[in-house]
Design a protein around this ligand. Structure first.
Ligand SMILES: NC(=O)c1ccc[n+]([C@@H]2O[C@H](COP(=O)([O-])OP(=O)(O)OC[C@H]3O[C@@H](n4cnc5c(N)ncnc54)[C@H](O)[C@@H]3O)[C@@H](O)[C@H]2O)c1
Length: 244
């Protein structure tokens, strides 16, 4: 039973970068946002800024996912929006991807989506309403090299959106993907990905660096009541880098 009139949104991996911008956008739209991240201090800082709630969460940990979803339901009685944003973004040539690294990326980027979505759709299904947005990547369209495991998980997240939309539609839940291009998040700026701006920005139709706030409005629209008639889709948000 809902204990608040406010819509409640769970955004994974939202202590920084695109996830934090999404959390801010959803809060600005009037939602109570649960900022969930392995980085507890970062999650708390974002939650404090937006009058949200911080949860320490590793999306690949089944027990922790069940506990956090249970806590949200106990506290608010509802979860209206889920944004599956948490991901590892490694840059590793194929020859150097060990099976251990492969499994690690699958477990966070793909098993994590399964675990959180499976738990949350049970709650949304009972309420007869839900909005789920997977943060995919335009690397799936562009075929970006040196991150084949990552691209495989992003393709799988789009596959899940397509495969699950029909079952969830019967429950009043929509599920879509947003596929950003390269974005100046903390993660990208602190690693070798940052070099990618030099060759991607000239290929974009809009020739400047993307920032997390460029992605958040598209997610917020798909997470809104207004997007009721859109499901099973992928929206590419990359300043026209890829055009399909
Ligand atoms: N930045 C880009 O260029 C870009 C482009 C396309 C897609 N994306 C996607 O956008 C999303 C966010 O990317 P970003 O660049 O903001 O990343 P980022 O590295 O800046 O932030 C990722 C956040 O996820 C958290 N996280 C990592 N593993 C986690 C786990 N197991 N459980 C919970 N939280 C975890 C991190 O602590 C961090 O706060 C990812 O899904 C990424 O694949 C990013």
């Amino acid at each position: 039973m809902a204990k608040t009139e406010q819509r409640v949104a769970l955004v994974t991996g939202s202590a920084q970068g695109i996830g934090a911008a999404i959390a801010e956008e959803l809060a600005a739209d009037g939602m109570k946002v649960v900022v969930a991240d392995v980085n507890a201090a970062g999650a708390q800082a974002v939650a404090d800024r937006i009058d949200g709630v911080a949860k320490t969460l590793d999306v690949s940990d089944p027990e922790r996912v069940a506990a956090v979803v249970g806590e949200i339901v106990d506290e608010f009685g509802r979860i209206d929006v889920l944004v599956n944003n948490a991901a590892l973004v490694p840059l590793t040539p194929w020859a150097d991807i060990t099976f251990e690294e492969w499994r690690k990326v699958m477990s966070v980027n793909l098993d994590g989506i399964y675990l959180v979505t499976h738990a949350v759709t049970e709650v949304m299904g009972k309420a007869g309403y839900g909005r789920i947005v997977n943060i995919a990547s335009n690397t799936f369209v562009a075929g970006t090299p040196d991150c084949a495991h990552y691209v495989a998980t992003k393709g799988a997240s789009i596959g899940l959106v397509r495969g699950l939309a029909g079952e969830l539609g019967k429950l009043g839940i929509t599920i879509n993907a947003v596929a950003p291009g390269i974005i100046a998040s903390e993660g990208v700026l602190s690693g070798p990905h940052a070099a990618g701006f030099d060759y991607v920005v000239p290929m974009q139709a809009i020739n400047r660096r993307g920032v997390p706030a460029d992605v958040a409005p598209a997610v917020a629209f798909l997470a809104s009541e207004k997007a009721e008639w859109i499901t099973g889709q992928t929206l590419v948000v990359d300043a026209g880098h890829t055009r399909n």
